[in-house]
Design a protein. Structure first.
Length: 293
């Protein structure tokens, strides 16, 4: 029962972020400015609540720095992902950015003391095979590493580092305070990037502004409060691999709303992908005991 709430929070968060590529693909605003407003609006909505309720708790300086780093990493992830979505397809960009579990496992193995369990690697292999089947073998055989491809993979790398750093930060900072600091850092970082790239900060249609608000409320606040809560209570490797389910949901939404083609192979690939995710949850009852003497 103790794991139920984090898993439900993770599932809800995944559902919320699954609509994000669809909104970005509408191209109502440029990708980079869309990332800025996602963070800035979310921060402006969270700030009054935190001030009124006095729930913000200032952590130690080193953990403030970790939260700031998380903000920059997450902002970089969203920015390059947005551009990749607009330059390719919502399905392809979502699949490639969700290679993050592989990066999390490799980074954990090489640099951190936490070593992924055997079932993580088995689940990763199964999930990645599902991803290959979902996107189509032809794509990988004929793949040219274009701009959108590189950005989508880079997005996954940024996110994997974010997950590992945020896991460390969230052991010492409550979720809401962490979100406040990281969102402020993300907003400032992306504002500077937009100014340097001469991105327009206004002139959007009413629908464009509505979509920006939707991204901030649903895809940022609701999604990442839920996922941050799950990250506090679950292994980062499991969280990152579970987020692969977002690619499946996005593919279905892209088929319905964007007329992106979905095939039988994609359906089977999605089922295999979900099986890979499930494999990573089979360790809790497997306990190896030392023989008594």
């Amino acid at each position: 029962m103790t794991n139920t709430k984090p898993r439900l929070a993770l599932a809800f968060g995944i559902l919320c972020i699954s609509i994000f590529p669809i909104l970005v693909k509408l191209r109502l605003t440029p990708g980079l400015i869309s990332a800025f407003y996602r963070m800035a609006i979310a921060f402006s909505l969270l700030l009054p609540y935190m001030l009124i309720t006095k729930k913000f708790k200032l952590p130690q300086k080193k953990y403030i720095l970790l939260a700031i780093i998380c903000g920059v990493l997450f902002a970089s992830d969203v920015a390059v992902w947005n551009i990749a979505i607009q330059e390719s397809s919502a399905t392809q960009a979502s699949l490639l950015t969700n290679l993050s579990p592989l990066w999390v496992g490799v980074i954990s193995y090489v640099f951190l003391k936490i070593k992924p369990a055997t079932n993580f690697w088995i689940g990763t292999i199964v999930a990645l095979l599902g991803m290959i089947l979902l996107v189509g073998f032809e794509f990988f055989l004929e793949l040219n590493f274009d701009h959108a491809f590189i950005l989508a993979v880079l997005s996954g790398l940024f996110y994997s580092i974010y997950l590992l750093v945020s896991k460390k930060a969230l052991t010492h900072i409550d979720v809401l305070s962490f979100m406040m600091i990281s969102l402020l850092a993300s907003s400032i970082y992306l504002a500077i990037a937009c100014l340097l790239m001469n991105e327009p900060f206004s002139g959007f249609s009413d629908m464009g502004w509505f979509v920006l608000l939707l991204q901030a409320v649903v895809c940022q606040l609701m999604a990442w409060l839920s996922i941050s809560y799950a990250t506090q209570h679950m292994r980062p490797t499991r969280v990152s691999l579970s987020l692969l389910a977002q690619a499946v949901i996005t593919a279905l939404l892209a088929w319905v709303f964007l007329d992106e083609k979905i095939t039988f192979n994609m359906v089977i690939g999605g089922m295999i992908l979900l099986l890979g995710i499930r494999i990573t949850f089979y360790t809790k009852n497997i306990i190896t005991q030392k023989p008594t003497t």
